[in-house]
Design a protein around this ligand. Structure first.
Ligand code: BYC
Length: 327
């Protein structure tokens, strides 16, 4: 099985008036806050989704970090550096939001490192050329925004609030990516080819970011009933394609899909889905960079142990001093 099955209700007592009242609050559009009663399944689903989202932000720094020292100009380098730092910030807000549900960041990190928690499939693809920095910003951040804007209205207060700031920063990220693509697409023949190749490599992995098609999505139904997730995977994928195809046309680049055509009746594009066999393979750990990404995270975790120990010792010392002074 490629997904973690989380039961909606885990104790019989939750099948009661409290659960019905909880659902009524959700249906009325109220926000659920950390101290409110919530079904165990809701809590665990949020930890799964917010934790995975946080891991994606952190692991997502690696493919772009790869290009900081090789950016073509000082200006591009500072912009890329700022973007990668933003991703670290996003990871931190999200870990904090998940911690309000009774799990620690250390526990989540250990779950990532021993592969009990996932991160977005997209970050298991390599960034081979500078144009990939354009494609990541334009397509990957573009897909992320499409998914995250509705999450600003998600039912869990701390997650919804984290999303507001994250979305503002993501839209800057998307524009910086488009700007790189625009420059390359209007540059020399070699630069245009580099931009086209980046689009060719990132198009289908970007479509995979929205998750499996609705018929294969195991969590969507319950997630949407709890308003943890606001839209189906296919609906957001369609919106992304409809928004992005005209942008590719503006750039003079070709979306690598010969079946792509406008469907007047549905008011959207018909398009080819990604290779779902490849998607499931990647999320099971067999993508081109899965091993490398996890190795990098394990190394950072191990090498950062002395910093965590030092911070903890400092906090304990401060607490001891405060207690002595108060005595
Ligand atoms: N990759 O039932 P489904 C960013 C898993 S980072 C990997 O549809 P759900 C950025 C899914 O977790 C933005 N796994 O699940 C950062 C589940 O497995 P588990 C990241 C995937 O939760 C740096 C199973 O497949 N965004 O912007 O209803 C630089 C069944 O799927 C993927 C978020 O995390 C995938 N693509 O819907 C640049 C958004 N898709 O957990 C940019 C928040 C599915 O049972 N997350 N799976 O083991 C969501 O909105 C939802 O969790 C998803 C999946 C739409 C992704």
């Amino acid at each position: 099985m490629y997904a973690q099955l989380i039961k909606a209700d885990t104790t019989p007592s939750e099948n009661t008036a409290r659960a019905e009242d909880f659902q009524r609050r959700i249906d009325a559009g109220e926000k659920i806050e950390p101290k409110d009663w919530m079904p165990e399944g809701y809590r665990r689903t949020l930890i799964r989704q917010i934790g995975q989202h946080a891991h994606s932000e952190i692991v997502g720094q690696l493919p772009e970090g790869n290009w900081i020292s090789r950016a073509p100009t000082l200006e591009r380098k500072t912009i890329l550096l700022a973007k990668v730092q933003d991703e670290a910030g996003h990871g931190l807000y999200l870990y904090c939001a998940a911690e309000t549900l009774g799990i620690s960041r250390d526990e989540m990190t250990e779950m990532l490192l021993d592969e009990r928690m996932k991160y977005s499939s997209i970050f298991n693809y390599p960034t081979l050329t500078w144009a990939d920095m354009g494609a990541v910003g334009w397509l990957v951040d573009g897909a992320a925004i499409m998914n995250q804007v509705p999450l600003q209205r998600t039912s869990y207060g701390p997650y919804a609030r984290a999303m507001i700031r994250i979305c503002k920063e993501e839209s800057f990220h998307q524009r910086q990516g488009f700007d790189i693509m625009n420059r390359l697409a209007n540059g020399t023949e070699a630069q245009k080819t580099m931009a086209q190749n980046a689009l060719d490599r990132f198009w289908y992995p970007s479509l995979m970011m929205f998750g499996p098609s609705d018929s294969d999505s195991v969590h969507s139904e319950q997630n949407m009933a709890w308003k943890i997730k606001m839209n189906g995977n296919d609906e957001l994928r369609q919106k992304f394609v409809d928004l992005t195809v005209p942008q590719a046309e503006y750039l003079g680049l070709k979306v690598p899909d010969d079946t792509l055509c406008w469907n007047e009746d549905k008011g959207g594009y018909d398009f080819a889905g990604p290779d779902w066999g490849e998607f499931f393979d990647v999320i099971k750990g067999n993508g081109p960079c899965n091993r490398e990404r996890l190795e990098a995270r394990r190394k950072a975790w191990d090498e950062g142990a002395w910093v965590r120990d030092g911070l903890l010792a400092h906090a304990e010392k401060k607490a001891r001093r405060a207690a002595q002074e108060a005595a």
